[in-house]
Write a protein that binds this ligand. Structure first.
Ligand SMILES: NC(=O)c1ccc[n+]([C@@H]2O[C@H](COP(=O)([O-])OP(=O)(O)OC[C@H]3O[C@@H](n4cnc5c(N)ncnc54)[C@H](O)[C@@H]3O)[C@@H](O)[C@H]2O)c1
Length: 294
């Protein structure tokens, strides 16, 4: 396995392409326009420059990684020689399906088709493919260069060959894996959404302040971040969507979205990205202590 093609150059795709190029793969990053992929390439170069500044990467290794990274807005050229495709385009079933149908025609027969979907069933994406066993979930975490886990998500038809190739890819990228059967929220999102939703319910009930719930989970349960710090980072709107889709899929009361979470989203308190979520943030993006009023 030498050539990796990443589809979609947004938050996840750019991080995945950077990680693949740094791991020594000939990497091609595809998006729908030249301007978008070029911007993503510039972003990766800027991130690598910061890693070099911190003394964690040599100039030579950074240059070698950039030399292995090609960008294009031509799908046929992007996948023609790929050994492994990682799709990180928007979370829309029809878009993912049509993209993989094209990849199945344009990529070599041995090429594994990996999707970074967070919520869609692998079998649904694979349904229109002639060889659905080629498709597998390869679920990365943000920021990709830093986060160590990949959830490898098996649809009922995902092949053991695709699984073995995914493990090899993960190992060479320096990542750890877990094997997960396709199911709503896989392992991480299902638990995280539950904790996050429950934290909002506790806040609503007046069990403790947001800052104290965060402190309790960090110091008492050894979570690296509190649930409110976390939701401010991922976005309250993204969390609400996730909880809603898990509630619809699992039909469990615990996933019924907390009214407080719904209210904050309706008020535009979306987290760090809007300057205010559960907490407020200053102009430099630092959390303002004592700002956890809801
Ligand atoms: N953001 C996260 O924390 C996270 C974590 C794990 C998985 N995911 C999943 O990764 C995928 C991408 O998420 P993201 O946050 O990087 O999204 P994003 O919006 O940052 O990026 C999506 C990119 O796809 C491009 N795009 C749109 N249509 C395309 C097409 N037809 N072909 C190729 N590219 C196309 C867009 O121009 C954009 O650059 C989604 O499936 C998401 O659920 C996201």
């Amino acid at each position: 396995m030498q050539r990796i093609t990443v589809l979609g150059s947004g938050t996840m795709g750019a991080g995945i392409a950077q990680t693949a190029a740094q791991a020594g793969f000939q990497t091609t990053l595809f998006d729908i326009s030249d301007a978008i992929v070029q911007k993503a390439r510039d972003g990766i170069a800027a991130r690598l420059a910061r890693v070099v500044e911190k003394g964690k990467l040599s100039v030579a290794d950074s240059e070698a990684a950039m030399a292995r990274l090609a960008v294009t807005a031509d799908l046929a050229a992007a996948v023609a020689q790929a050994d492994y495709i990682i799709e990180a385009i928007p979370e829309k079933l029809e878009l993912k399906r049509s993209t993989f149908v094209q990849c199945e025609q344009l990529a070599p027969a041995h090429c594994v088709l990996g999707t970074n979907t967070s919520t869609i069933m692998i079998s649904q994406i694979a349904a229109p493919l002639r060889a659905p066993g080629r498709l597998i979930g390869i679920h990365f975490f943000n920021p990709v260069p830093v986060m160590r886990l990949i959830e490898v998500v098996m649809g009922p038809q995902s092949s053991e060959e695709a699984y073995a190739a995914t493990l090899e890819l993960a190992r060479r990228m320096g990542k750890e894996t877990v094997r997960v059967k396709e199911s709503p929220g896989f392992t991480t999102s299902r638990i995280n959404a539950l904790i996050g939703n429950e934290a909002f319910r506790m806040l609503e009930e007046g069990v403790a302040s947001a800052a104290d719930i965060d402190k309790a989970l960090k110091l008492g349960l050894n979570h690296p971040m509190g649930p409110f710090e976390m939701v401010d980072l991922v976005g309250l709107d993204a969390r609400l969507n996730n909880v809603r889709s898990l509630h619809a899929a699992l039909q469990m009361e615990a996933y019924r979205p907390s009214p407080l979470l719904e209210r904050l989203v309706a008020e535009g308190r979306l987290g760090r990205k809007s300057g205010r979520g559960v907490y407020r943030y200053d102009a430099k993006g630092a959390l303002i202590p004592g700002s956890d009023e809801v």
